[in-house]
Design a protein around this ligand. Structure first.
Ligand SMILES: Cc1ncc(C[n+]2csc(CCOP(=O)(O)OP(=O)(O)O)c2C)c(N)n1
Length: 639
């Protein structure tokens, strides 16, 4: 196999054009096989196989730096840069990451996971080389989806101005996760289809012919000069105007053409943008047909394209909310509410499917806004809508909302505007790893005045909290995890109605009080059952409101038990447990001990959710062990 012979990218250079083509097939097969077992980003990776080969053929990584945007398409890059042997560990705990990481390989010039950073990072790298007098090339590879972000344009803006030696490869497959949207996307489509130039020709002809006396003659000359006109007015004018030399669009699956073009560009010392057209999902029938489903996917069967969970649930009847992902409960609940209230609108930043809003978008196309990968804009756009009496719901993953922090403070909360934030993937997300864990949102939201922060533990609370958030005349947050809801029937009792600022006691006990946030309530309940066997009666509180805190409940239970454990899938610094400590401190309570379970001062790496929850003591065993130790220290004679 050729792929086994490539230990370093320079090994590519001795391959013939036929061998490079055969290598592309091998890379594709390796990626399909591995993703079918480990899960991962399939369609984006299959689309850039040839481009990756050509880049590594022409440039000399790691001296030359290739900066991948998002980094979800870097599997071929990993396979060609000495990680073929480790590829089976992709996205597994202690294995190689699904994204580039500086710590993983010298060939990973810049770590990513969030989109649209590549141009800024590559420009910084190029500028550093320039200042240090070092000679190397820097290539940013960015998708048309990632290009819709303001951050990408901030990078282009400075790069075009500084005129540094920088190459931007725009990998245009006309898809973000789903169909790319927006004016930029339409512009790129016109460029790809050649319509831009044709329309220009038509408009120019009409314009010239309209000039009295000389118009027709000039138009004829212009037609003759079409070749040079084309040179002047090639598509890509947008990038030219921003200070880049534009080249393309070229076929991103034609290795010889890519190599020839990149070799040309290599000699440039000014910013160049090469526009390549690729097919997302290329080379695997099912991902070509449905690149959106195969964008990020769990394990699947190669022959049928069916995921393991699809296979498992085929033909199995389900009760309404049983084992449905939180995001789907959210999407359905929002659609139901919107049916009765036409002021309700929904906003997504290029994550319609992931956030469960596809149904809403289908039913209310003119009340659904996909703003592209532009989280800060999504927040401020929502603030504008809310200022005029609409009820916007912004659905964004916890990790990506980090981008919108100032907009939440300045545009929404400061003006007390009724924007609802549906924060999905809050907590441990699993195999996507450190760039995607949603472990900061409680800390970066809890301190903002006017904001209400809720965490539903199940489908009942998701619905009730969403209603409450939309009725509330101010900003509100719902944070909920990746994964399926536990049916509330598990509790064996009907849940108490959701009331503003009120926690729910789900198990009584006098020895210790466990305050659990959202999806940590069920493991806390199970831990309380284990504790019972040791003679420890734990009271379990479903926090529901991180803000406002249920102060009365904290006071009462701390007085009764003198021992509090808090459990949250968030960093400890500034989290819910911190809020409890702050409150007790404020009230001068000195005789209550608080033990907090959450994430310490570290980034959480990739691994399954179950494994990571175990590692950080967030599962039932972890909560049980913490509680037992806590009780032993507090009362050594008892246990
Ligand atoms: C800031 C941020 N928001 C959202 C995402 C989720 N996301 C990952 S890939 C992607 C689409 C990227 O599209 P494009 O850049 O065109 O790359 P393609 O997958 O089509 O190759 C999105 C929205 C992200 N990674 N970062």
């Amino acid at each position: 196999m050729l792929i086994e012979r490539i230990k370093e990218p320079c090994d590519l250079k001795s391959l013939t054009p036929e061998e490079l083509k055969a290598l592309a097939d091998e890379l594709r097969n390796a990626i399909i096989e591995r993703v079918s077992i480990n899960g991962g980003h399939l369609a984006s990776n299959l689309g850039v196989v040839e481009l990756t080969i050509a880049l590594h053929y022409v440039f000399n990584s790691p001296v030359d730096k290739i900066v991948w945007d998002v980094g979800h398409q870097s599997y071929s890059h990993k396979l060609l840069t000495g990680r073929y042997k480790d590829f089976p560990t992709l996205r597994k705990y202690n294995g190689i990451s699904g994204f580039p990481r500086i710590a993983e390989s010298p060939h990973d010039a810049f770590g990513t996971g969030h989109s649209s950073t590549s141009i800024s990072a590559a420009l910084g790298i190029a500028e550093a080389g320039y200042r240090k007098g070092e000679r190397f090339k820097v290539v940013a590879v960015i998708g048309d989806g990632a290009m819709t972000s303001g951050l990408a344009f901030e990078g282009l803006n400075q790069a075009g101005h500084m005129k540094r030696d920088l190459i931007v490869v725009l990998n245009d497959n006309e898809m973000s996760i789903s169909q790319n949207v927006g004016a930029l996307s339409s512009y790129l489509s016109r460029v790809l289809t050649g319509l831009f130039y044709q329309r220009f020709k038509k408009d120019t002809k009409a314009l010239l012919e309209g000039i009295p006396g000389i118009g027709e003659a000039v138009s004829k000359i212009a037609q003759k000069a079409e070749g040079s006109l084309k040179g002047f007015f090639l598509p890509g004018g947008l990038f030219e105007d921003l200070g880049f030399n534009y080249l393309g669009p070229i076929d991103g699956h034609d290795i010889p053409l890519l190599i020839e073009t990149l070799n040309e560009i290599r000699n440039s010392t000014e910013p160049v943008l090469l526009h390549v057209a690729t097919k997302k999902g290329k080379g695997y029938k099912f991902s070509e047909e449905d690149p959106c489903i195969f964008h990020g996917i769990g394990p699947f069967e190669v022959d049928t394209g069916m995921t393991q969970s699809e296979k498992a649930s085929a033909g199995v009847a389900r009760s309404k909310d049983d084992c449905v992902p939180f995001c789907d409960i959210f999407g359905t609940a929002l659609t139901e509410i919107a049916d009765k209230d036409e002021r309700v609108v929904a906003i997504s930043a290029a994550m319609k499917e992931g956030t469960g809003l596809a149904g809403f978008a289908g039913k209310f196309p003119d009340r659904f806004y996909d703003v592209g990968i532009a989280e800060p804009h999504a927040v401020t756009f929502a603030a504008g809508l809310a200022s005029q009496g609409l009820k916007p719901v912004v659905a964004i993953y916890s990790t990506f909302l980090q981008r919108g922090y100032d907009e939440i403070v300045h545009d929404v909360c400061l003006q007390n505007l009724p924007v609802v934030f549906a924060i999905d993937r809050a907590g441990i997300v699993g195999e996507d790893g450190a760039t995607h864990q949603g472990l900061f949102d409680i800390s970066f939201l809890r301190h903002i005045p006017n904001l209400i922060v809720m965490a539903p533990k199940d489908s009942y609370e998701m619905r009730a909290m969403l209603r409450l958030a939309l009725e509330h005349n101010g900003p509100a947050v719902l944070r909920y995890p990746r994964g399926k809801v536990s049916p509330y029937a598990l509790l064996g009792v009907r849940p108490a109605a959701v009331e503003m600022g009120k926690a729910e006691i789900v198990a009584d006990g006098k020895d210790i009080a466990i305050f659990a946030v959202g999806n940590s309530v069920y493991p806390a309940l199970k831990a309380s059952e284990m504790l019972k066997k040791d003679g420890v009666e734990a009271c379990v509180v479903n926090v529901r409101f991180i803000k406002p805190l249920d102060e009365a409940c904290i006071m009462e239970l701390s007085g009764k038990t003198k021992r509090i454990i808090t459990v949250e899938e968030n960093v400890l610094a500034g989290g819910f447990g911190s809020a409890v400590l702050e409150y007790l401190n404020l009230k001068g309570v000195r005789d209550v001990e608080v033990c907090r379970i959450g994430i310490g001062d570290e980034f959480v790496e990739h691994g399954t959710q179950a494994l990571l929850r175990k590692k950080y003591g967030l599962d039932e065993d972890g909560i049980y062990k913490t509680a037992i130790n806590f009780m032993r220290i507090a009362d050594p004679r008892r246990l």
